[in-house]
Design a protein. Structure first.
Length: 211
């Protein structure tokens, strides 16, 4: 039976003292499940595991992917869950320094959550149908039936989300990056995503994990 990592242990405060390298942190990330993608906070991490906090119930799937803002994916397996937090074991030991420094071409980019939904885009008084491709607290990616000029102001309406106003910050043919004039708070965005992508709960999960 594989040993538990400090970060994934059900009692992190005890086993962390036995770890040669571990780090407390507050890093925004996401998990990728069969039912969708969900925002989370990385609370601590070691080469063998990590502890995540969610803004809703813990995903019921035991094996999922943890994805950082730089796009790196880490397969993880849930070891324990309590309330809105859970400990996960990495499939193999990670480079802790690389995980913490999170190298990449866009060091300040927020976590983007993939979500395909029909969208209504209004710019210059003209409505057009488009498709939301992904969303973050600060912006979105929209694939439109029209080409929206870079810098143009637009209104973005997606069912299940508050109406957003933003500007086109980049465009590649019909693919557009939008930066919101007003960010969506992370906890609110996470709740909205959960409501749009509910996952099946395991009624006996809590009892089995507590045993």
């Amino acid at each position: 039976m594989p040993s538990r990592s400090p970060a994934a242990s059900e009692d992190p405060s005890t086993e962390q003292r036995q770890a040669r390298r571990s780090s407390l942190m507050l890093r925004t990330a996401k998990v990728v499940c069969q039912s969708g993608e969900y925002a989370c906070i990385v609370r601590d991490v070691s080469p063998g595991g990590t502890r995540l906090r969610f803004f809703h119930a813990v995903p019921s799937e035991r094996r999922i992917f943890l994805t950082l803002a730089n796009g790196l994916n880490y397969p993880v397996e849930r070891v324990w869950a309590r309330g809105d937090s859970a400990g996960y074991r990495f499939a193999r030991a990670i480079d802790l320094d690389a995980f913490i420094s999170e190298p990449g071409p866009y060091p300040h980019r927020g976590v983007r959550l993939r979500l395909e939904r029909p969208a209504l885009v209004t710019t210059g008084g003209i409505d057009s149908r488009a498709m939301l491709a992904d969303i973050s607290t600060r912006g979105a990616r929209v694939v439109g039936g029209r080409r929206y000029a870079e810098g143009s102001l637009l209104r973005l309406e997606v069912e299940g989300f508050p109406v957003r106003f933003g500007n086109v910050c980049w465009r590649r043919d019909h693919d557009h990056g939008i930066i919101f004039q007003e960010a969506i708070p992370l906890d609110r965005l996470a709740q909205l995503l959960f409501e749009l992508q509910p996952f099946a709960q395991e009624p006996d999960a809590a009892a089995s994990q507590a045993a």
